[in-house]
Write a protein that binds this ligand. Sequence first.
Ligand code: MOS
Length: 734
Amino acid sequence: MTTPERFPDVARVDARDKVRGATLYGSDHHPQNLAHAMLAVAQIGRGQVVTIDVEGARNVPGVRLVLTHLDMAGIKADGYLFGTGHAFQSFQPMLGTAIAYRGQPIALVVADTLEAAIEGTSLVRAEYTTEPFSVTIDAAGAETLAQADLPLPKPMFADRNVGDADAALSSADVTVEAVYVSPPQHQNPIELIATVAEWDDDTLTIHEGTQGVNVVRHGLAAELGVPPEKVRVISPYVGGGFGQKNSLQAQTVLVAVAARQLGRPVKLVVPRAQLFHDASFRPFNRHRIRLGADRSGRIVAAVHETDQQTSRHDLFPSLYADASSRLHGIANFRSRERLVRTDVQTPGFMRAPWEHATAFAFESAVDELAYELGQDPVTLRLANEPTNDPISGKPFSSRYLAECLRRGSAMFGWERRTMAPGSMRDADGTQVGWGVASGAYPASTTPAIARLRVVDDGTISIEVGVQEMGQGARNAVAATVADVLNVSAAQVTTLLGDTAGAPPHLTAGSWGTATAVPAARQAALDMREALRKLGLEDDGRTTPQQILRAAGRPFLEVEARQRAPGQPEMVFERLDQGLLALGGPEYPEYVSFSYIAHFVEVRVEPNTRRVRVPRVVSVADCGRVVSPRTARSQVLGGVVWGIGASLREASEVDPRYGGFLNADLAEYVIPVNADIGDIRVDFVDEPDPLLNNAGVKGLGEVAMVGVAAAVANAVFHATGRRVRALPIRIEDLL
Ligand code: MOS
């Protein structure tokens, strides 16, 4: 089947509603008689609740209910998403006396007003016994585990080992070795984590921003002990997911229980300070990289060893070498990944969860190698492009990283760069640095069901398993249907994010487009065929509405089911149950990744040593671009986040008391408009010929992969300082 031609740039189909404020997010729902909830949280780093006094809270005027672990009979934890469950961690707060980490919820106060609920939480008094805890990976009591020995899905989480990396390293002409560190970070989407729960008899409706309504439905039903059919979860829009909203949250069941006990709808918006402890985060990680090359610049060996923080109660796995082993054509590669148990909530997925940190480490090391060899870093990368996947030996379904590097170089003016660190300066002494890095991200796919309906009143609507979280899923789906049916994207209504519709898989891992678009395209192709049987001509003028009217048919409906290459039909059962069912990046016949190259200019002021990023050029290979406008926005966002991750963001751990210290947007520093200069984005826009019927791969996460390395490499080029721990701060450059 031929893949679609280049898509036109269509305006966001949801833009008008968004700018008018008409788009309703989860916590925008205000059912009649709504009660408001707030959480009281633990003040210790680890231990047990001995007594909890809620009298003061109950006596606040307007407070209607206070829930503690003593009120949760019949509720059970659903389980961790990497096991049999749907939750971001196996540990569900308030089901017992255990305190696993500072900031863990210990009581939910529900009142007529939010103010009364907040006042109530301030009067909850708990007494604890305390236990020693460790919140950093080098602290006494942190437990280091070799991931290869742990009960995690293999081969996904096995160490990578091809050729003989150690032997090739020891005989290499040139070697580099260094350790790179990335700090814990928190997602901080604008839409806070929030739940509105409403019971109607024995049926529960949840409004909550989530990347997976079906995940929440099944997880919550298991926690409550009710049939999943009795739980409806609605999330047509998400105000930023970034992995934080990709699983069942800890507060959802608490709000549902409160609403059931009170016989009133209840809303909880988790405040930002609590979000730092109530949801997953990007864990601390450390990489030791060794590279070996021959004099000509052929990279012959790499060893990638990592330590990543996890919680005491779960194994959030690491997958750092999945991208590093494929980014270049290195024949001898060995990885060893370790997890370190610490006393925190379970960390998890945050945009490019492994690939961002891997690219910072690995692409910094490749830059160090370029300087050891005295070779231009773009030339070095181009000389190490693989023909086949170095790990499996399979071909890549498509790979245009070299084109990204070449086109990016030309757009940036890279040929004017002088190699020596400190060699480019402004008249006032400002040091100018140009850095480059590449990135890769798995092109995974999950099963999807699409239901397309055309009606003789002109309505064209599609229901398909993908969550809109601002990334542009609606645009991509609407553009796909519009392209096949020869209508405008604005005419296509997209029904997403509701368990009452076709069951959606969790939308994460940059698989949304490559999951929903092929299903939507198949449904549209089937619809076109059905219309053709009714007399539709390929004249570009008759509309589906005209065909239906002429044929006397009130409507037509088709359903298409798509799954990842190589997936068995039974994956649809996992889809139904809200469980993970992803295919790729290694498929039976080929390996699929998306790619990007980033070119960054930094300017380091001579006296203050402040680093500015006046311009960036990023060129991505995400297969066919279905929605140019939202795709470009995705890359802009990824670059901005990469600048933040390299120069601003870090969650500061408090080793004395546990928890994270800078739990607000004043102290957790993210870039503002004044930090961002000119960002130019381009796409190779060549369809992947094998992965699916639309030629699409993923984009959301690869957008960010490599930005931090390009910034760090530019800082080295400007100053001669190689900073190997993020974020890069003024004090690193004094
Ligand atoms: Mo995304 S970090 O895979 O939800």
